[in-house]
Design a protein around this ligand. Sequence first.
Ligand code: 4G0
Length: 247
Amino acid sequence: MKIDILTIFPEMFQSVLSSSIIGRARENGLIDVQCTDIRPFSECKHKNTDDYPFGGGAGMVMLAQPIHDAMAAAMGPDFHGKRIYLGPRGQTLTTGKARSLAREEELILLCGHYEGVDQRALDTCVDEEISIGDYILTGGELAAMVLTDCVARFIPGVLGSAESPEEESFSDGLLEYPQYTRPRDLDGRCVPEVLLSGDHAKIRAWRRRESLAATARLRPDLLASAKLDDQDLKILKELEESCFSES
Ligand code: 4G0
């Protein structure tokens, strides 16, 4: 998978995309992430990339011309993929969306700034607008990093063979069970006995119950679309009853 990020701040990406799992994936050639600086494409005399909005109002609007030309350069002669604009009007990024984007050959991410981008550049240079959540950032760069990280996890080989992107929170629609490592006893706070039992069926059942309990308590809204079997429903009923008896 190739990801090309169009931005006026390419230096923002260097450390984030060279560290940890994404850094390793790039070294191993599993993902090719590049930044294209929009500014050199500006045909203005001072290489401006923004201007005042027609009709007046606060803030600046990014010029269509440098974005259009940077996009053409990033696409090259035979582009196969999706061109995504990170902005607050887009559909919210989800696990499902990330999983499907990971199947694309190439992504081009356009990072907007100021009050946005000239609508004509969006009309001609963008296939889809995606938001990382209902809040405003000073620029699309952090959103592009979030999307890159989230999509990369679904590319085969990016996570170690032991980890699976499908075993994590949200994949079956539930929150994660609690994890423990050494020491067994931390100043009197002990690891749950079942995890030391070696009984893998019992451990699996305990973890499922903890996931269901955490989801019911912290994100009950997720239960409506979670993948639940009859056993899960029975556990949820038990949890609900024990919850009532507590209060
Ligand atoms: C486009 C993405 C881009 C328009 C980008 C701001 C939040 C997100 C930007 C605006 C961003 C997100 C209209 C303020 C840059 N903020 N939620 N900021 N306007 O994904």
